[in-house]
Design a protein around this ligand. Structure first.
Ligand code: GLC
Length: 742
């Protein structure tokens, strides 16, 4: 009887909520269509126009009163109410503006850059970060963020890898959806929610040569199986908007690509939010050689399905003429305007357009700072720890060396222009505050990452006076991010020379990297005993690093992107195809190749003579102060139907004396497909906590449908056949099994 009541109650709850949602949708539809019916064509074109603060407030208000602007981006939050009043009180229809901003990894409280958040392999980290960002932003009147960035990136030369969630579509899907949930909360109209914007749609991270804005050449199968899935998952999570990317893919700029914006986004994914261009990405179609002039830009973009134009104003100035000549229709305009009004409605802007200037600010609240610190702890990756030099003894005298030990601005990373560097807790500041009992001496040796100085005398003396050296190296924030690609990703300036000089003292050396991308650090490894890698860890990064160095926290991060040995190995990523000549285990070290070696003596397979076939560190790699042993892989079935599933489980034991967290990863390989399939694909991960000596059985439920992909016929389906499966600690090893899909 009890079960009957429970299921009946559940059914009624679900039914009533569906009815309520349908009622809400109807009200929304009636409202926006009624408003549209009262708009002039000029007012419609105004809604499709987003501009930035390129004039005085008065002249901006005048344009707003005339209905020429629907959205503003990156304006001074202190001006929002005044300009919003011009829209709501002084324009003919009182349609509120939607105010957008690049709140990528925090508004004031800055979290680790997204690449770092992905390294946590804990969706709560990006969800919390986005929640904090939305809370701090919405109270300032910023209701729309241009995040999450979901560009899959397999190229560390590309500066915007910093903003990405790494090289894997599954990880990016999970983390991107978590960010959408964090930004958008329960309801877009809540006073701590903001509309997410999935960017950059699509394929921007595949820029040829890793050079930003460069062309991409992503074939349709890779597009369908790697680059599009994170966007689809984030839309399923309810994302309100998307932004098109700068790149042309196979010659078609995304801002004019109707296959993407109509066929995929609207017809297949049923997306009902709106699409905004990137900054002048529409008018740049002239530079691309894809549009003749601005009128052509407006025609191509509107026909392709672009709803809102960021900063290039071709819609405002050309659509009326295009309608007159029949190149586009009022219906095209109406569809775009309805998409925009729909999101403004859902944001509650029609009822509540203004900033409550009396609100008690949540900016830098203790709770926000605590979450930022925890995020930085979980985002750090321990890459080396020879002789367990870490964690450091609290009684040791530490020499704090390097240009990144007290880099308050750079620690915040790219896209943090609202962060206040005076609030940054650098590693040095952490030692001057919470860790003031530590006995340390500070000599940077270099004043900034690009410093060319070779005067390390003071730094060496400091190290000689200490028990251990901790060298903070990496990148200033300006060296990654948009338009900041590098062709050489070694430690810049004289940082490697500084490390060598410190090592010459004979003291143990810990290298702490604070950077915006995976750097090629192989040449530095022989001179250091431990490496803790931080992707620009944000406001609380210094405390998080000290928490980890002194063992208050145990590192748990895993690499969301492959670390190559040489920049010349790029692109190198774990989920690659096998090729017809995969490199074998034996690779000749170049110096051992005999002179006049016969042509085929080295084996005709896929590797580099000088850097072999493997990266420095693989995707999913990360050490801990604990030791985790994997054993006893079991599959609930070795044969499943195409609509079936199996349970894969293994026992994970913490064999150390230190409690710690481990990211247990599930990989599969589809051995034969209608197109060649990757040698490994991440299909699950679980971050578990194990006390010293504790064992836990970790189970993954693998549904055959999770193995579906777009095959030769471009139809997404499960293809029967043989599969391999791993439960592992990274993408390069693990407990291996096999199963068949019938
Ligand atoms: C930039 C970036 C985009 C950003 C937009 C607004 O050029 O490509 O990511 O959101 O312009 O600042």
């Amino acid at each position: 009887m009890k079960n009957f009541l429970t299921s009946t109650t559940l059914f009624l709850i679900i039914s009533f909520s569906c009815i309520a949602q349908q009622k809400e949708n109807r009200q929304e539809d009636i409202f926006i269509k009624n408003l549209l019916s009262r708009m002039t064509l000029d007012e419609k074109l105004g809604q499709m126009n987003q501009t930035h603060f390129n004039t005085t407030v008065d002249s901006m208000c005048m344009k707003v009163r005339k209905g020429q602007i629907g959205s503003l981006l990156n304006i001074d939050p202190k001006q929002i109410n005044r300009i919003q009043r011009a829209a709501v009180k002084e324009s003919r229809l009182g349609i509120p503006l939607i105010i957008g901003r690049d709140v990528i990894h925090g508004y004031k409280t800055i979290f680790p850059i997204p690449l770092g958040q992905a390294a946590s392999f804990n969706p709560r980290v990006p969800e919390n970060g986005a929640r904090v960002a939305a809370t701090e932003s919405r109270e300032q009147g910023i209701v729309w963020t241009f995040a999450p960035m979901l560009d899959i990136s397999r190229d560390a030369r590309w500066g915007r890898i910093a903003e990405s969630l790494g090289e894997d579509p599954y990880l990016a899907s999970i983390m991107g959806a978590a960010m959408v949930r964090g930004f958008q909360g329960n309801k877009l109209s809540d006073n701590n929610s903001m509309a997410a914007c999935l960017k950059h749609f699509v394929g921007y991270g595949a820029a040829e040569g890793g050079r930003d804005y460069n062309s991409t050449n992503i074939p349709i199968h890779l597009m369908r199986n790697v680059y599009l899935p994170p966007f689809q998952k984030a839309i399923e999570a309810g994302a309100a908007t998307l932004m098109t990317s700068f790149n042309d893919n196979d010659g078609i700029p995304s801002s004019g690509n109707d296959f993407l914006l109509r066929t995929v986004l609207r017809d297949e994914w049923k997306f009902d939010g709106f699409v905004v261009s990137d900054w002048e990405s529409m008018s740049e179609m002239i530079e691309h050689g894809y549009a003749k002039d601005k009128k052509d830009v407006a025609r191509i973009s509107l026909k392709a399905g672009m709803d809102m134009e960021m900063t290039s104003e071709t819609y405002l100035k050309n659509i009326k003429e295009l309608i007159k000549e029949g190149s586009v229709s009022v219906k095209d305009v109406d569809n775009a305007v309805l998409n925009i009004l729909r999101i403004k409605y859902r944001l509650g802007l029609f009822e509540n357009p203004y900033v409550d200037e009396k609100v008690v600010s949540t900016i830098y609240s203790p709770e926000h700072l605590r979450k930022a610190r925890q995020a930085a702890v979980e985002s750090a990756v321990l890459l080396k720890n020879a002789n367990n030099i870490l964690p450091l003894k609290s009684t040791a005298k530490i020499a704090i060396i390097g240009p990144m030990a007290n880099a308050a601005h750079d620690q915040l990373g790219t896209w943090s222009f609202d962060g206040d560097k005076n609030k940054t807790i650098t590693p040095l500041k952490a030692l001057q505050t919470e860790y003031s009992t530590v006995n340390y001496v500070y000599e940077p040796g270099l004043t900034y990452s690009r410093d060319k100085s070779l005067n390390f005398y003071k730094a060496i003396k400091a190290v000689e006076s200490a028990d251990v050296a901790v060298v903070f190296v990496g990148e200033e924030s300006i060296l990654s991010g948009e338009a900041h690609s590098l062709s050489n990703i070694n430690l810049i300036g004289q940082q490697s020379e500084l490390i060598k000089a410190i090592k010459s003292t004979g003291k143990p050396v810990v290298m702490v990297v604070i950077a915006g991308r995976p750097l090629t650090i192989e040449r530095d490894l022989p001179y250091v005993d431990a490496v803790l890698y931080n992707f620009h860890p944000g406001t609380m990064g210094g405390l998080a690093i000290m928490d980890l160095l002194f063992g208050k926290e145990n590192p748990s991060g895993k690499l969301p992107v492959t670390f190559v040995r040489e920049v010349g190995q790029i692109p190198m990523y774990y989920n690659h195809n096998n090729t017809g000549r995969p490199a074998q285990d034996w690779i000749p070290a170049m110096d051992n190749i005999p002179q006049e070696a016969p042509q085929t003596s080295l084996g005709n397979t896929s590797f580099y003579l000088d850097s072999g076939k493997n990266p420095l560190f693989p995707f999913g790699y990360g050490l801990s102060y604990s030791k985790f042993e994997y054993s006893d892989l079991q599959l609930s079935a070795t044969e499943i139907p195409q609509n079936g599933s199996l349970i894969a489980k293994a026992v994970i034991k913490n064999t150390s004396k230190v409690d710690g967290s481990e990211v247990v990863q599930l990989y599969i390989r589809d051995l034969v497909g209608s197109i060649a399939r990757p040698v490994k694909e991440l299909k699950g991960f679980q971050k578990i906590f194990l006390k010293a000596g504790e064992s836990k059985t970790v189970e993954f439920n693998l549904n055959a449908i999770d193995l579906a992909f777009y095959g030769r016929d471009l139809i997404k389906k499960v293809e029967p056949g043989d599969f391999e499966i791993w439960i592992s600690k990274n993408s390069d090893e693990g407990l291996k099994g096999r199963f068949v899909v019938r």
